[in-house]
Design a protein around this ligand. Sequence first.
Ligand code: ATP
Length: 134
Amino acid sequence: MADKILLEIVTPEKKVLGEPVDIVVAPGEEGEFGVLPGHIPFLCKLKIGEVRFRIGSTSRHIAVMGGYAEVLPDHVTILATAAEEATEIDVVRAKAARERAERRLAEAKDKMEFARAQAALQRAIARLRVAERQ
Ligand code: ATP
């Protein structure tokens, strides 16, 4: 059995990551899950949050804006709507997005506007949380 997992994170725009890692933790829609080499295969939906992984003694974090994960014993593929590693996150932009989303939440006139603002707020919060971990 392999002692690493190939972690690939892909968005419609780019490949964000493709590296052998020791462990991956991802935000499944039904709760966070961890994957070690040899995990049983499964597919699941991801919510907005962070993917954490470790290579040796180094931990890294990637903000993911929801998507899907395919887990195989030696390979985890994440197809995300958008994803950024901590070092790529523009904090000023994420703070502006958070403020805009908070205003839109307060002013929302229907469920649709409220849901869109709530999702934008979650994306901004996920980005700021990951950026803080650098
Ligand atoms: P904004 O309102 O600032 O555009 P958003 O949540 O609407 O934020 P997304 O639709 O999730 O943005 O992403 C659009 C593109 O912009 C993606 O390529 C994403 O990686 C990038 N992106 C969004 N916010 C940031 C950020 N703060 N830092 C770096 N890249 C970002």
